[in-house]
Design a protein around this ligand. Structure first.
Ligand code: NAD
Length: 296
């Protein structure tokens, strides 16, 4: 496993491709956007003329794309061009149905494939510390291990086709609900006259403790450095969180799972994005919630 095609060189894809190149893989990248391609070339990534051109001769094809529809279109090209025995690894966050359809298309062409969405954001991508949640066969997972290890620190084989995407949307549903909970608590604490630092010191060491407060505190000047200290510049943007919440709601509907807090979190993020949150980190829902008053 030496020659890697990397398709989708955006905020996440480019640093991941750079880490593969640093680890000694021969990386050939492709992106449809000129600025992304130029940025990749400046970072030393060799560029292909198309998805098919990148995939021809590659031992593995990694994709890091915005959504399932784009993934399906890219896989049409990649599968037609890939050499027998190539391994396809999709690291994008997409819906479970498109992930399974991508696996089926690959299998029909005799190719191994994995869904391997990530957690850890742009900082984790740059540092090579991503968590990969992987769906697909044990054989494909083991074949991908050296490559995934060059981009991430934790690899979890979650199960068969689509299990990685299922784990990703469940994780992000927990994250959204916990972030909103922490923001609501700070907002209430403010109105009760409780000092924010005291609130942080108690909750981050008590039973309310969670990643949203102790690692990614949504109020400025408290706890570890986070987007709150940088005017809520992303980080992990609110529209991306909304995308993942919509994916989890769609999945919940498809299997009849009742997820009332997940649904409410999706509604709150939709309202936040529509009311000024489109270019903010997902923790920017803190000031948006705080400026609202209880009606009645
Ligand atoms: P991005 O928009 O920065 O990058 C996507 C790239 O794909 C863009 O450069 C775009 O030009 C390219 N692209 C679109 N269509 C293409 C095509 N047909 N062929 C080749 N390239 C094409 O997005 P991102 O932040 O890098 O996120 C990528 C994926 O990772 C998404 O699915 C996202 O949900 C997921 N993700 C993002 C983060 C994050 O913090 N940004 C964290 C975890 C997961």
């Amino acid at each position: 496993m030496k020659r890697i095609a990397f398709i989708g060189l955006g905020n996440m894809g480019l640093p991941m491709a750079v880490n593969l190149a640093k680890a000694g893989f021969e990386v050939k990248g492709f992106d449809t956007t000129l600025w992304a391609a130029e940025r990749a070339a400046a970072a030393g990534i060799a560029l292909a003329a198309s998805c098919a051109d990148a995939a021809t001769d590659a031992d593995a094809v990694v994709t890091m794309l915005p959504n399932g529809a784009i993934l399906a279109a890219v896989y049409d090209e990649v599968i037609a061009a890939a050499r027998p025995g190539a391994l396809l690894i999709d690291c994008s966050t997409v819906d479970v149905e498109n992930a399974r359809a991508a696996h089926e298309a690959a299998a029909n062409a005799g190719l191994k494939s994995l869904d391997a969405p990530v957690s850890g954001g742009v900082a984790g991508a740059a540092a090579g510390t991503l968590t990969f949640m992987v769906g697909g066969s044990e054989v494909a997972f083991e074949a991908a291990r050296p490559l995934l290890s060059a981009m991430g620190r934790t690899l979890v084989h979650c199960g068969d086709w689509g299990a990685g995407q299922a784990a990703k949307i469940c994780n992000n549903m927990v994250l959204a609900v916990s972030m909103i909970g922490v923001c609501e608590a700070f907002s209430l604490a403010d109105k009760l006259g409780l000092d924010r630092k005291a609130m942080f010191d108690v909750v981050s060491t008590s039973s309310g403790r969670c990643w949203s407060i102790d690692t990614y505190c949504p109020v400025p000047g408290i706890g570890l450095q986070s987007p709150a200290d940088n005017d809520y510049k992303p980080g992990f943007s609110a529209p991306l969180m909304l995308k993942d919440l919509k994916l989890s709601q769609r999945a919940a509907e498809s299997v009849g799972a009742e997820t009332p807090l997940g649904r409410h979190a999706a509604d709150l993020y939709a309202a936040f994005v529509a009311e000024g949150g489109a270019d903010k980190d997902f923790s920017g829902i803190m000031p948006w919630l705080a400026q609202k008053s209880r009606e009645g």
